[in-house]
Write a protein that binds this ligand. Structure first.
Ligand SMILES: [Zn+2]
Ligand SMILES: [Zn+2]
Length: 550
């Protein structure tokens, strides 16, 4: 079919097929937004200027981190992570973590809370429910006040939950013991030759589950250990926690890291981390080899129930029962009593990759890019499971997914019912075998939690702090060059309101997109003018403004 020449379009004389091939205005607006790094699926929010009373519906970025949902927001989020990674990697001064001293007010409130708590316990033992209720309310108010005054950490709950089950933490015999050094209060690495402060790039992988081809598909699917692969993936984040714990104990200082969980093509997760400072390679290898995580869950090797033959909820007894005998199934707590061995043990594979990196080098920049490269993709996409995947690769992914669907993801997972065990917190709304947890969905490959894991004293800033840094950078530049932002500083303060799609003042999406585009062009013009005024050069390809205005 001929594509009509847009300059001589006359819709009336076109065939139906030709008309159907014309771009829709909404698509044009979206393509334009994408090209300029503007959010393509903004939320319409009502902004009320509390000074002037002016009400406007404005587009607010969706904030997705997934490229296939919104390329502009995902790229913005990825760049923010890059900034976070870069900032902490080669710090040369300790991030300040000094807490402010508690004030008199803090102390008084905490003392009052302790008194109330004592009164509560007494009333409780006397069965004075009314007073208990009143005290509960007073404590809730106090807690609110304490939080508002900036008190962090756990406040003693009114009713202390029963102590968790004790179990042996005895090390397994097959794990080599690690040396333990007293922990120094430092997070920085050593300086060499008086000025070099190298840092580390580390990659940790899981074991082999069977040989794979060049695309990551099992060569012999019938003997590939999908069960272990699924369980290892689900417990991988816990294994990483153990790793950092062991590392700090073994090296004797407060090691900091910025790491990302990425899939290998075979579908198993691996971990890349920027680590501040250096640790001898042999030591890192020894720690990796010694690290394991035991999963103290009931055994779940053979499902007892399948298909439609699954446990039934008994409304009177408020418990799941066997579909044939009606006998109640063991609860989670019952099933966990007297466990003599862990249901699963996860450990790293033998491949440990360690590389020394000097700050400020091209190599450091490249590795920051490497660490954040796939963050805008789902685990599945990053493993190469897209339209170009081979049949064998797809089949491999299907088998892994099938295994993930019968692998419980947490003590609260409804999959436990297939193994004849009531999950923790079992209730009538659970469907046996159906859990909405991310770990069971094919695109997540067993990884339900966060993809980016950052230690607390990495850059000592939250993502919001990093975001604010960038906004501040642009503001200062505009300020320094005397450029007045076109939305005057005299505007606001604003109050924000959600909107419903049926509200009469909501503009159609293309209009909202064009609004966002116009706003961005204005920002960009202001920023370019400021750059020119500041150093006589227009800004580089992508810069703070891109992250700021999108
Ligand atoms: Zn967006
Ligand atoms: Zn689950």
């Amino acid at each position: 079919m001929d594509t009509p020449d847009p300059s001589t379009l006359d819709a009336a004389r076109m065939t139906r097929a030709q008309r159907a091939a014309l771009p829709l205005s909404a698509e044009v607006a979206q393509a334009l937004a994408e090209q300029h790094g503007v959010c393509i699926r903004p939320l319409a929010m009502r902004r009320i200027d509390t000074t002037t009373g002016r009400v406007e519906v404005v587009p607010v970025p969706c904030g997705s981190t997934r490229q296939d949902h919104c390329p502009s927001c995902a790229e913005k989020a990825r760049r923010l992570r890059m900034a976070q990674c870069r900032e902490g990697w080669h710090l040369d001064t300790e991030p300040t973590t000094g807490r402010t001293k508690p004030t008199e007010e803090h102390k008084e409130l905490i003392a009052a809370r302790a008194d109330l708590l004592a009164a509560y316990t007494e009333c409780k033992t006397h069965g004075d429910d009314l007073t208990c209720e009143q005290i509960t309310e007073s404590i809730a108010d106090l807690d609110k006040e304490l939080r508002a005054l900036g008190v962090r950490g756990r406040l003693t709950p009114l009713d202390t939950p029963p102590k968790p089950l004790k179990r042996s933490t005895r090390r397994r015999h097959d794990a080599p013991d690690l040396p333990r050094r007293p922990i120094e209060r430092r997070t920085l690495g050593q300086v060499f030759a008086g000025r070099y402060r190298p840092s580390t790039f580390l990659t940790l992988t899981l074991e082999s589950y069977g040989r794979v081809d060049a695309h990551g598909a099992a060569l012999d699917p019938d003997h590939y250990d999908y069960r272990q692969a699924a369980r290892d993936a689900i417990h991988f984040p816990a294994l990483l926690d153990r790793f950092w714990q062991n590392t700090r104990r073994c090296v004797g200082w407060d090691v900091q890291y910025f790491g990302t969980i990425e899939p290998q093509q075979r579908g198993a997760p691996h971990f890349h981390a920027a680590l501040r400072g250096t640790i001898p390679r042999a030591e890192l290898r020894a720690i990796t080899a010694a690290t394991y995580h035991q999963v103290w869950w009931p055994a779940h090797d053979q499902p007892i129930y399948h298909g439609d033959h699954v446990p039934v909820w008994n409304t009177r007894a408020k418990t799941f029962t066997d579909p044939d005998t009606g006998a109640p199934l063991p609860t989670w707590e019952q099933a966990c009593q007297e466990l003599t061995e862990p249901a699963h043990v996860v450990r790293f594979g033998t491949q440990v990759h360690v590389k020394g990196i000097l700050g400020g080098t091209e190599e450091a920049g490249r590795h920051v890019g490497y660490l954040t490269k796939y963050l805008a993709k789902s685990m599945g996409q990053a493993a190469g499971l897209n339209e170009h995947a081979t049949d064998a690769h797809r089949d491999h992914a299907r088998r892994l997914h099938a295994e993930l669907q019968v692998t419980p993801c947490s003590p609260r997972c409804a999959v436990w019912l297939l193994y004849g065990i009531q999950p923790k917190g079992a209730r009538y709304s659970m469907t046996p075998g159906r859990c909405k947890g991310k770990a069971h969905q094919s695109e997540h490959l067993g990884i339900a939690g966060r993809r980016v894991l950052v230690s607390r004293k990495w850059s000592n800033k939250s993502l919001d702090d990093h975001r604010a840094d960038r906004a501040e950078f642009v503001r200062q530049l505009l300020d320094a060059t005397g450029i007045q932002p076109s939305h005057g500083v005299q505007d606001g303060p604003y109050r924000w309101e959600r909107t419903a799609p049926t509200d009469p003042d909501i503009p159609p999406r293309p209009v909202l997109l064009l609004h966002a585009l116009a706003e961005r062009q204005r920002w960009k013009a202001e920023y370019t003018a400021a750059q020119l005024a500041a150093n006589g050069a227009p800004p580089g390809d992508r810069s703070a403004i891109d992250d700021q205005a999108a």
